[in-house]
Design a protein around this ligand. Structure first.
Ligand code: UDP
Length: 333
């Protein structure tokens, strides 16, 4: 892989993937419209501020940098926003990806790694979740991503493109040197909100549901470190280059942690107690989501290296405590 185009390379998972690619000596070009990404998270020498649906720009970038490999992250990813504005999600994620991938393939892209999500499974009937589990998204975000997987299946066959879609479970953690981490606006994810509560940036942490059918009554999720996720993309690109048949893989650790476990472990790591309050269940939250990761381990040799809770939470804590405003700089007086 000579040069890789990374869309959404200014976002949370995209920026960590760019950093890992650069560590491997790969040349990276980032395309990001900075609507949710952060300029300060961009680690590549080449950056284009623009939209994935700007086909002239996409064709120019691919030609200019002689690119054959693509990792496509750029997307909107707030589940609650997708429920309120499905039209926005199907347009920004699905329609724009259709336009983008057509232009990218026309421009000469031969290998694609696509950022998908466990949200394509909805409320799974069996745990752990295999790739063969029924696809029944319960929000427009998951549905918008599933449609792109299907588009890739047909486009790959028709145009001889090798592709891998990665269905992430719960991305978490931050770069180990604490220069990059999670920074969403608004923030809705559990670990950043727990740590922001520890920092006094919010008064209390709401626990959405304490009466689930789990040992402690709170939801269980499969948290995977963002560097392990980043490495899954790189392994997938290498494997496609070596002729791996196009495929879809779950990316998760196969182990679950409850909301209470995350809170207790965070309190231990930060040394700070937080105030919690029990709230109603959040609409559309399944009680348990844990990946079966047999397929990605067998096909790509992927192994989570940083996804123990200690590393996830301590790296996230270093990031949030050193960047309480995320990438936003403090105002100058
Ligand atoms: N959660 C919570 N309080 C919060 C944010 C999240 O109790 O302030 C719970 C949420 O209901 C879910 C789990 O934490 O059970 C993980 O939520 P997150 O939004 O981080 O990821 P999701 O699994 O929804 O993608």
């Amino acid at each position: 892989m000579k040069t890789v185009l990374v869309t959404g390379g200014a976002g949370y998972i995209g920026s960590h993937t760019v950093q890992e690619l650069i560590k491997e000596g790969v040349s990276v070009v980032v395309l990001d419209n900075l609507t949710t990404g952060h300029r300060d998270a961009i680690r590549s020498k080449y950056f284009y501020e623009g939209d994935i649906a700007d086909t002239a720009l996409v064709e120019h970038i691919i030609k200019e940098h002689k690119i054959q490999s693509l990792i496509h992250f750029a997307a909107k990813s707030l589940v609650s926003e997708s429920l309120a504005k499905p039209e926005l999600y199907f347009y920004e994620n699905t329609v724009k990806s259709f336009v983008f991938l057509k232009a990218a393939i026309k421009g000469g892209i031969k290998e694609v790694v696509f950022s998908s999500t466990a949200a394509v499974y909805g409320n799974p009937k069996c745990i752990p979740i295999t790739e063969e589990s029924m696809l029944a998204p319960i929000n427009p975000y998951g549905a918008s991503k599933r449609m792109i997987e299907e588009y890739l299946e047909w486009m790959g066959k028709a145009h001889g493109i090798g592709w891998v879609a990665l269905r992430y479970f719960n991305a978490a953690g931050a770069s180990l040197e604490a220069s990059m981490g999670e920074d969403h606006d608004p923030e809705s994810h559990l670990i950043p909100l727990v740590l922001k509560t520890s920092l006094g940036l919010q008064e209390k942490l709401s626990i959405f549901g304490t009466d689930y059918a789990t040992p402690d009554g709170t939801c269980i999720r499969d948290y995977v470190h963002v560097i392990d996720l980043a490495n899954a993309h790189i392994l997938a690109l290498h494997a496609i280059e070596q002729g791996l048949p196009s495929n879809i893989f779950n990316v998760g650790t196969g182990k679950g942690a409850s909301v209470m476990k995350i809170i207790n472990e965070s309190e231990r790591i930060t040394g700070r107690t937080i105030t919690i309050e029990s709230k109603e269940r959040r609409v559309g939250d399944p009680n348990i989501l844990v990946a079966d990761n047999t397929a990605i381990k067998a096909a790509l040799g992927w192994e989570p290296r940083y996804s123990d809770l200690e590393t996830i939470l301590s790296s996230a804590w270093r990031w949030h405590s050193s960047h309480p405003n995320g990438y936003r700089r403090l105002p100058h007086f």
